[in-house]
Design a protein around this ligand. Structure first.
Ligand SMILES: NC(=O)c1ccc[n+]([C@@H]2O[C@H](COP(=O)([O-])OP(=O)(O)OC[C@H]3O[C@@H](n4cnc5c(N)ncnc54)[C@H](O)[C@@H]3O)[C@@H](O)[C@H]2O)c1
Length: 433
């Protein structure tokens, strides 16, 4: 296998986060800064902790990924971003109530120094939020150009070699792909015409990032970068894109349990998933239009894994329901229940119950770190367009229109590691030897 030419990870890596004052972003930033100071462990991060087997099983080579794959170092990361609230990231993290104050205080100075830039926001796309810190602009085109300028000046001001832009802002309302999204020319015309219904704020950020050659990661289920216009722009500017919707809790479990049922040829009658969640994300998702975007993302998983069209006798008639209930007392500590009605030998019914008492942002933060480092790696490898090898991290993995997405966590994991092996010039594994 020919080795991929990878540019050095030299210099600073600017990490610009949309929604930088949110629970996920502030937990990611504070955690990375703490790890950097030796004040915490990056638990949950594949780039920081996982090993990779190289060669045959009898060779016994299991180096850490970060020791053999040329990733940017944590010390080289510089954080910034945009939010609709002006507070610095220390204040935002205190308000998010995810990390304890003593953990935040260990990196207080660094967090206070990170101040959001004013956001591009439109309440028609996130109905439950009222922003106070927004760009004043005319058209969508004008706002996108202001974001491009932000990226350029952040890069210059901080002496960054490269920039990655990541969306960790609120989930926008559901929009279906339309004519304005069908090509780059149509999209740019819609930008110029200020087509506010077709062009969401998140699309302005993605357009700005790709135009500046910065990889764009979509951590929410927004349509945003998953449209032909953006695929075309990513190709034109040779920039990696990936998404959508971090796979952190309930869907992570789903993409482990559903393949288990299928590999054992056990049937499924119904899967009821419900959650209680009390953070701002939960409040935003309480709006049916934002929830619809999330619902589509969460529902797609089971059908793709179980292939009811191939196994009608096992999966031809599944009742799948997903609910998110806003329940303030729990804050970021989401509780997700799954009730799975499965079927065994001669159609005998069984039940499986899962009750996951998790912490949303604690699960999401390591994914953010991995995605930023891998998106930057992809850029330096000369990879561009949809990075389906990063499907491991997403509920609704982006994929080219002629392919089905891969949802099974362990197949995604194999694809991820085999891509890393290819990048470093090692043979991919088929696990036979
Ligand atoms: N935590 C998880 O497990 C998880 C998993 C999958 C997806 N997500 C998604 O990640 C996103 C962030 O989650 P969170 O819990 O941090 O939510 P949050 O509400 O705490 O943070 C979102 C931040 O985005 C800001 N914002 C909203 N619109 C903006 C815009 N147009 N420009 C700039 N900033 C904007 C908000 O002010 C807020 O600070 C949500 O979309 C959520 O659905 C989270």
């Amino acid at each position: 296998m020919a080795k991929v030419e990878v540019k050095d990870a030299k210099g600073k890596l600017g990490v610009l986060i949309v929604g930088v004052g949110g629970a996920v972003s502030s937990t990611f930033i504070a955690g990375t800064l703490a790890v950097r100071k030796g004040k915490g462990l990056p638990i949950g991060s594949v780039t920081q902790l996982a090993t990779i087997r190289l060669g045959k099983r009898n060779e016994n080579r299991f180096p850490k990924i970060k020791d053999v794959v040329p990733l940017a170092g944590l010390d080289d990361m510089v954080f910034g971003g945009w939010d609709i609230f002006e507070e610095n990231i220390y204040a935002a993290a205190v308000q998010a109530e995810v990390l304890k104050k003593e953990d935040l205080d260990a990196v207080k100075e660094e967090l206070e120094a990170i101040r959001p830039m004013p956001a591009v926001f439109d309440r028609d796309f996130v109905k439950r939020l009222n922003g106070t810190y927004m760009k004043q602009g005319g058209s969508r085109r004008d706002l996108a150009e202001q974001l491009r300028e932000d990226i350029r000046s952040f890069k210059a001001l901080n002496g960054c070699e490269r920039i990655v832009v990541m969306w960790a802002a609120s989930t926008e309302i559901f929009i279906a792909p339309g004519a304005e999204h069908s090509s780059l020319a149509a999209f740019e015309k819609a930008l110029d015409d200020d087509s506010r219904e077709a062009i969401s704020p998140s699309m302005c950020y993605a357009y700005a990032a790709l135009s500046e050659g910065a990889p764009f990661i979509m951590g929410a289920p927004n349509l945003c970068v998953d449209i032909p216009a953006m695929w075309e722009l990513a190709e034109k500017t040779r920039t990696p894109i990936c998404g959508k919707d971090y796979k952190t809790g309930q869907t992570l479990i789903k993409t482990v349990l559903a393949p288990m049922l299928k590999t054992r040829m056990l049937g499924l009658e119904g899967w009821f998933s419900t959650n209680i969640l009390g953070n701002r994300d939960g409040e935003v998702l309480d709006d049916p239009d934002s929830f619809k975007t999330k619902e589509v993302s969460k529902l797609s998983v089971i059908d793709t894994i179980l292939q009811p069209e191939v196994y009608p006798e096992l999966y031809g008639n599944i009742y799948h329901k997903v609910r998110i209930n806003y329940y303030p007392p729990r804050k970021d500590n989401k509780e997700g229940w799954d009730n799975i009605d499965l079927i065994g030998w001669l159609n005998y019914p069984m039940q499986l119950k899962v009750d996951f008492l998790c912490r949303d942002s604690i699960l999401a933060a390591p994914l953010c770190l991995d995605l930023v480092l891998f998106a930057d790696l992809a850029l330096r490898c000369g990879f561009y367009g949809i990075q389906s090898w990063l499907s491991f991290y997403f509920k609704s993995p982006m994929h080219s229109p002629d392919r089905v997405p891969e949802h099974d966590l362990f197949i995604q994991h194999t694809i991820l590691k085999n891509t890393l092996r290819t990048i470093i010039g090692e043979p991919t594994l088929d696990y036979l030897e």
